[in-house]
Design a protein around this ligand. Sequence first.
Ligand SMILES: C[S@@+](CC[C@H](N)C(=O)[O-])C[C@H]1O[C@@H](n2cnc3c(N)ncnc32)[C@H](O)[C@@H]1O
Length: 268
Amino acid sequence: MRRSVSGSPAAPQGEGHAGPLRGVASTRVAAMATSREQRGSVRTAVVWDALEAALEGRTLDVVDIGGGTGGFAVRLAESGHRVRVVDPSPDALASLSRRAREADLEVVGLQGDVTDLVEVVGAGSADVVLCHGVLEVVDPVLALVNIRQVLRPDGLLSLVVGQRHAAVLARAMAGHFQQARNLLDGRQPVDARTGRRFTAAELEALLAAAGFTTSAVHAVRVFTDLVPSALVDLEPGAAAALVELERAVADRPEYLPLATQVHLLASR
Ligand SMILES: C[S@@+](CC[C@H](N)C(=O)[O-])C[C@H]1O[C@@H](n2cnc3c(N)ncnc32)[C@H](O)[C@@H]1O
C-alpha cells in the first residue's frame, strides 16, 4: 500500500475539561510534551550533526527504512529533501501522515519492510538511505544487501544500531545478571521486541561484506541514558550541557563501548 501524505493546517484542538482543571491539565500535558521533546533531541543530536553535515547544500532523494512515525523524515523534508518512509506498521505510517500534515510538508509513506524494499521504492532510486533502529530486528545481511541496491552510485547510508557493550552493562546494573551474560557474545536477542545488539566492529564488518565503505563511526547516547531524566528536565541549561558533552565524545573511539547506539555513515 502506498500513501502519499501532504500537509495541511493542523486540526483544531479537541474539546476537553471546562474551567480551571482544563488549564492545569493542559499545562501539565504541555510540560510533559516539552520534556519528551527535550529528551528526544538530546538522544538524537549527535546523529543529526553528522547527517546534516553530510547532506548539506543538496536536495536529495531520501528513503527512511523503518522510519516509523517520521521523527527523522519530517525534519529532512523540512530541509527540502524528497523523503519516502518505508515501514511495516500502518499505525506508524498514520502517525507519520499526521505529523507531516501538521508541519505542512510532503512525505511519502509506503508500507513495506527490508525484504521487499527494492520492489517498494525501486532499485537505484535513492541518494540517501536512513536505517535507524531497525537492523536489531531484521536479518542484517539481507537488509544491507537490499539497501545497497536502492542506493544510487555514491549513495550514502546512515545506520543507527543498538550497541552491545552498553546493553550488557545496563542489564547488569539493573540486576539482570543472566540477561547480561546471555547478551555478552551477542548470540541471543535482548528480547523479541528490541532484538539484537551489535558492536561497532561487527557493524563495520557487515557493511564491508555488503560492499559499503564506512566513512564515519559515532558514539551515540554515551551519557544520556545514565542520567536521571528529572535532572535534565528540571535543571536549567542541563539538556544543552549534556548535548555538548555527548558531542565532545561522539568521535572518541574509547567511548564507543559505552554508547547505547552507534551511528555509521557508509557509502555505496
Ligand atoms: C525503533 S523504531 C525506529 C524508528 C525510526 N527509524 C527512528 O529512528 O526513530 C523501529 C522501526 O522499525 C520498523 N520495523 C520493524 N520491522 C521492520 C522490518 N522488517 N523492516 C523495516 N522496518 C521494520 C518498526 O515498525 C519501527 O517503526
